[in-house]
Design a protein around this ligand. Structure first.
Ligand SMILES: *[C@@H]1O[C@H](CO)[C@@H](O)[C@H](O)[C@H]1NC(C)=O
Ligand SMILES: *[C@@H]1O[C@H](CO)[C@@H](O)[C@H](O)[C@H]1NC(C)=O
Ligand SMILES: *[C@@H]1O[C@H](CO)[C@@H](O)[C@H](O)[C@H]1NC(C)=O
Length: 253
C-alpha cells in the first residue's frame, strides 16, 4: 500500500514496520502489541444504532476484501471477496462502497473484534486492519418485579470488549467510567450511592430504592479526557403491584 494514502503519520510508521517485519514472522505480533492507534480502531456503540466499521487497508474496489469477526474461540467470516456470507445476522450487514462493514440496528451481542483483510490473486496482503467494537452493558441485581422502595439494588456497568485488554484501553487512552444522574451530576459525590470499581472496565452503583425513584434514570458514561464517548442508562420502574409496598418518608409530627 502506498503510504500517501494513509491519513495519519503513525499509520505509515506502522505499515512500514509491518512490511519490514513480514520477513521475520515473530515481528508481526509485536507490532500488534504496540497499542490501539494506526490500523486499529476502537468503536463504541449503543444497541439500536447503525454502526459503520472502517476498512483501513482497503484496496480499490472491494472484491479483495474479507471481513472476519472474532469473539472467543471461533472466527466467523462475514464477508468473503466482497460478498456477504450466509450467516445469522446477514440481513443487518452490508459492505459500503469504501469496503466498510455496516451493521444495522446493532445489538449488544455484536461486540467483538472485526478485521478487514485484503487478498490479491489469493495472496493475503500485509496485515489486517482491526476494529474493536465495544458496548456498555448495564445490568441490575433486581429483576423488574423485585424493584420496590426499600430494597437495595446494585447496577453494574461493564464495558464489553474482545481482543484488546481493559488495561490498554483505560491506561493508555484515558478512558473513565462514571455514574451520573439526569442532571449529569457524578453520583460518586452523593453519599446516597456507593460506587465501586473492581476493574477500570466495570463500575457499579449500589443504593436503597426510594419512593421517588420511580421513573428515575441513572446513566453510566464512558468519557475520554472528560469528553463523552458513549453511555448507557437504567430507568427504575416499580410495577403496579409493588406501588403499595412503599417506604413512607419520615413524617414530622
Ligand atoms: C439505520 O439505517 C436504516 C436503513 O438505512 C434506517 O432506516 C434507520 O433509520 C437507521 N437507524 C438509525 C438509528 O439511524
Ligand atoms: C431493531 O432491533 C430490535 C431488537 O432486536 C427490534 O425490536 C427492532 O424492531 C429493530 N428495528 C429495526 C428498524 O429493525
Ligand atoms: C450483560 O451483563 C449481564 C450480567 O453480567 C450478562 O449476563 C450478559 O451476558 C451481558 N451481555 C452481553 C452482551 O455481554
Amino acid at each position: 500500500m502506498d503510504c500517501k494514502m494513509a491519513d495519519k503519520g503513525h499509520i505509515c510508521l506502522q505499515l512500514g514496520l509491518m512490511i519490514y517485519c513480514s520477513l521475520l514472522k515473530e515481528c508481526i505480533n509485536i507490532t500488534y502489541v504496540s497499542g490501539t492507534s494506526g490500523a486499529e480502531d476502537i468503536l463504541f456503540f449503543r444497541s439500536g444504532e447503525n454502526v459503520s466499521l472502517p476498512c483501513n487497508n482497503a484496496l480499490s474496489g472491494c472484491t479483495s476484501t474479507t471481513w472476519n469477526y472474532n469473539r472467543g474461540s471461533n472466527t466467523i467470516e462475514l464477508v468473503g471477496v466482497g460478498k456477504l456470507n450466509n450467516i445469522d445476522r446477514r440481513e443487518r450487514l452490508s459492505v459500503g462502497s469504501d469496503c466498510s462493514l455496516n451493521i444495522m440496528n446493532a445489538t449488544k451481542e455484536d461486540y467483538g473484534s472485526y478485521s478487514c483483510r485484503q487478498y490479491v490473486n489469493e495472496q493475503q496482503q500485509e496485515n489486517d486492519a482491526r476494529v474493536y467494537l465495544t458496548v456498555l452493558n448495564v445490568s441490575s441485581s433486581l429483576s423488574q418485579t423485585e424493584m420496590r422502595a426499600g430494597r437495595s439494588v446494585t447496577l453494574k456497568c461493564k464495558l464489553e470488549y474482545y481482543g484488546v485488554s481493559c488495561d490498554t484501553l483505560f491506561r493508555t487512552e484515558g478512558y473513565q467510567l462514571v455514574w451520573v444522574n439526569q442532571a449529569e451530576r457524578n453520583l460518586a459525590t452523593d453519599s446516597r450511592y456507593k460506587i465501586f470499581s473492581s476493574s477500570p472496565c466495570m463500575i457499579s452503583l449500589t443504593t436503597t430504592l426510594l419512593n421517588e425513584d420511580h421513573n428515575k434514570e441513572w446513566r453510566c458514561q464512558l468519557t475520554q479526557n472528560n469528553q463523552l464517548k458513549t453511555s448507557a442508562s437504567f430507568t427504575v420502574k416499580y410495577s403496579a403491584s409493588n406501588a403499595t409496598t412503599t417506604v413512607k418518608p419520615a413524617q414530622g409530627k
